[in-house]
Design a binder for this molecule. Structure first.
Ligand SMILES: *Cc1c(COP(=O)(O)O)cnc(C)c1O
Length: 387
């Protein structure tokens, strides 16, 4: 008899190193495997299920919208799309939103906006986008180009031209590169997620923002992983006191359905006109209805609770036996362990806790509403596995 695992291995393209677990259902932060084993979910589908599995409010909104109207294309107006754009703008002070279906697409849009803006204001040879070494911006050919990690590039040459990578947290290197390349944009993640959960320094982010402003270079903040409450503020850039020109986001926004969003500030709000960009599924009413229930719950009290849970995890794991360092912000946490991250994650899984890795770290991205007692249990298992 064929198992799900064997069918998958036979027919699904082998791009993923999957864990040996078949998941069938869940509720909140608990997932259940095909063998009936329960797991505490400390990964939330890579920071996607912001309110856990089958969250009541999200489920009600998504189900109701699916029963009413699941898709229209962008040739018509729909309420969830309009209301979600309004909510995102009201929470950020941005002026307009373009909706897509993933983080890579949100970044593609950000790059297109910046390039068009810069071509119009500074000329057609102003197209280079500066991003950071060790960054991650997606898997399409252009966002791979933006990604500052060589090992993702190797097999896919030639990539989209016009991208340069500069060392993170090195203000002088950034200044030199800006002078050298006349950039169309500076693009960065405030906390490098796939790069190992590494927050940028405030000095660097603020200097980049200042430089961008002074030279009228659009500043793109990639909030695909850090956004939507993940770091204890609505967007991570809000920890740094800066005002980006373009913000891309995805992962946690939809609460589990595919959605990407590119937020445009006053400066670039009208750069894209009719026909300049599009996405058939973009602004899908079911995805937007679910996302609205995510965004609408991110008030000050909720974000303070995310921060309190973060403080708990940091206090439990910092200095614990077998833990070399704890990095990150909010509920986006990296643990540098003495043992290999892979071994720690395998042991946690054995003991009913699903964790992720990022580079050489164990990575935690639990649901933002994970109950305290569930978080305590998971942290105890992780702590024991690090020893
Ligand atoms: C995951 C991620 C992306 C890519 O998102 P997809 O939805 O997989 O296309 C881009 N940027 C950052 C910072 C990410 O973490």
């Amino acid at each position: 008899m064929q198992t799900i695992t064997s069918i998958d291995k036979q027919y699904v393209a082998g791009t993923y190193g999957r864990f040996p677990v078949e998941l069938v259902s869940g509720k909140g932060s608990i997932m259940t495997g095909a063998d009936g084993k329960a797991y505490i979910d400390m990964g939330s589908g890579i920071g996607v299920t912001s309110f856990g599995i089958a969250d009541d409010m999200w489920l009600a909104a998504v189900s109701a919208q699916a029963a009413k109207l699941q898709h229209t294309s962008n040739l018509y107006f729909t309420e969830p799309c309009a209301l979600l754009a309004k909510a995102l703008c009201e929470k950020t002070g941005m002026q307009k939103v373009f909706f897509s279906n993933s983080g890579a697409e949100a970044n593609e849009c950000a790059i297109k906006v910046a390039r068009k803006y810069s071509a119009e204001t500074k000329g057609a040879d102003c197209f280079t986008v500066i991003t950071l070494e060790n960054s991650f911006h997606g898997r399409t050919l252009t966002t791979l180009s933006a990604t500052g990690q060589e090992h993702y590039h190797e097999l896919f040459q030639p990539l989209t031209p016009g991208f340069r990578h500069v060392k993170a947290n090195d203000v002088q290197a950034l200044e030199r590169m800006v002078a050298e390349v006349n950039p169309a944009a500076i693009m960065l993640e405030c906390v490098q997620g796939e790069g190992g959960v590494v927050p940028l320094t405030a000095e660097f982010v603020q200097a980049a923002a200042k430089l961008a402003k002074a030279q009228d270079i659009p500043l793109i903040i990639d909030e695909v992983q850090t956004g939507n409450g993940r770091t204890g503020k609505f967007y991570a850039y809000m920890h740094y006191g800066i005002e980006p020109d373009i913000v891309s986001t995805a992962k946690g926004l939809g609460g589990g359905l595919p959605i990407g969003a590119t937020l445009l500030s006053e400066k670039v709000q009208n750069v894209l006109g009719p026909g300049d960009h599009g996405s058939t599924y973009g602004g899908n009413p079911v995805c937007c209805a679910g996302a609205l229930t995510v965004v609408n719950r991110m008030d000050e009290a909720f974000l303070a609770d995310v921060q309190a849970k973060s403080d708990y995890v940091f206090s439990q794991l910092t200095g614990a036996e077998g833990v070399e360092a704890v990095t990150g912000m909010g509920l986006m946490i990296g643990i540098k362990t003495v043992k290999s991250a892979k071994d720690v994650v395998a042991e946690c899984m054995e003991n009913g806790v699903l964790c992720l890795t990022a580079k050489d770290k164990v990575r935690l991205l639990p649901a933002l509403n994970i109950p305290m007692e569930v978080l305590e249990k998971a942290v105890a298992v992780i702590k024991a596995a690090c020893k």
